[in-house]
Design a protein around this ligand. Structure first.
Ligand SMILES: NC(=O)c1ccc[n+]([C@@H]2O[C@H](COP(=O)([O-])OP(=O)(O)OC[C@H]3O[C@@H](n4cnc5c(N)ncnc54)[C@H](OP(=O)(O)O)[C@@H]3O)[C@@H](O)[C@H]2O)c1
Length: 298
């Protein structure tokens, strides 16, 4: 990491955008190369992982110390609706990328997910056994297993549900803020789906610090608190109400009341103790991020 360049595969996505900005500020723009598929950005390399090989798209692969693999179909319902197409990207293409990275001596940093767990326990740590119930989680778990079996120096990051504090940006919190600010009268939130939401800038910082540390193996990248969707929404509302009246009717419901393709796991919250011990990183609370978002919006 101190000498080499960093390759971000999927730099045009939500996490990729924030990671690339932070990497460029830390290391200099000339040491960061990122790819896009459909969402062009200046300086990015076009790479369709289902149609071309990594070595065709990215010259001099051996000059990169790490490749952060963010590209994916990251939508569980879409994966379930299109099992063959999602497997072609999330499994087949990623395995081909991993092979090419191994040949060039580039360390893979793979973005996995909290839904490799079945959600019966919550508070998951890295040594807990995986048992995905969603197809998307099964695809991610298959890549985790491939890396554990064949690439001993790989870094696997199981990332929790990611949100941001840019009112115009990605993630569920900013989306809810736009919904409420736009005058929507009623919002339904699940009281029985629990995760540990994590800020996108904390994810980016975790990736960078772990690469700087030369970390290998599995790390959970999760926020500091397990929260239901209902608790997340009420946290945002609490911060919005500090700056003025908010008229919205919150309806508590079950995650099963939403029309998902597959039944959702119930509690996929994870603990980030291993990450914090390795990097010294303190993950911000959802409340402080909501406070920042509301301030930025006003
Ligand atoms: N966001 C979360 O809450 C979360 C939580 C846990 C794990 N993760 C994992 O973290 C990673 C990044 O998530 P994200 O939220 O940033 O996802 P995202 O915004 O949906 O971005 C997905 C990225 O994949 C690229 N991509 C899609 N199809 C491609 C193809 N055929 N060839 C090459 N690139 C392709 C997209 O490129 P274009 O946009 O240019 O087409 C984009 O850069 C994913 O692997 C996801 O599974 C995310």
């Amino acid at each position: 990491m101190s000498e080499g360049k960093i390759l971000v595969l999927g730099g045009s996505g939500f996490i990729g955008h924030h990671l690339c900005a932070r990497l460029a500020a830390r290391m200099g723009e000339d040491r960061v190369v990122a790819t896009y598929n459909g969402t062009f950005f200046s300086g990015g390399l076009k790479f369709d992982a289902r149609a071309e090989s990594l070595v065709q798209a990215v010259p001099s692969l051996e000059t990169f110390s790490h490749a952060v693999i963010l590209l994916a179909n990251a939508h569980p319902d879409d994966c379930a609706r299109n099992p063959e197409a999602s497997r072609a990207l999330n499994v087949t293409a990623i395995k081909a990328i991993i092979d090419q990275l191994a040949e060039s001596g580039t360390r893979p940093v793979f973005a996995s997910t909290e839904v490799v767990f079945d959600g019966y326990k919550g508070g998951y740590v890295e040594s807990d056994p995986v048992n995905p119930i969603l197809l998307y989680g099964k695809q991610k778990a298959e890549i985790e297993e491939c890396l554990q079996d064949h690439v001993p120096d790989a870094l696997v990051l199981r990332i929790a549900n990611v949100y941001g504090s840019n009112p115009a940006g990605g993630g569920v919190i900013a989306g809810w803020h736009r919904t409420v600010a736009g005058g929507t009268e009623t919002v339904r939130c699940a009281r029985d789906y629990t995760a540990s939401p994590v800020h996108v800038d904390d994810v980016a910082e975790a990736v960078i610090r772990l690469m700087e540390e030369g970390a290998t193996g599995i790390y959970h990248v999760a926020g500091p608190q397990p929260l239901s969707r209902l608790e997340m929404f009420e946290t945002l509302l609490g911060e919005m109400r500090r700056s003025g009246p908010v008229n919205v009717n919150v309806v508590s419901c079950s995650i099963d009341d939403f029309p998902t393709e597959e039944k959702r796991p119930r509690d996929v919250s994870m603990r980030s103790d291993r990450l914090m011990a390795a990097t010294g990183l303190e993950m911000r609370t959802l409340r402080s991020a909501c406070c920042d978002l509301v301030a930025a919006a006003s």
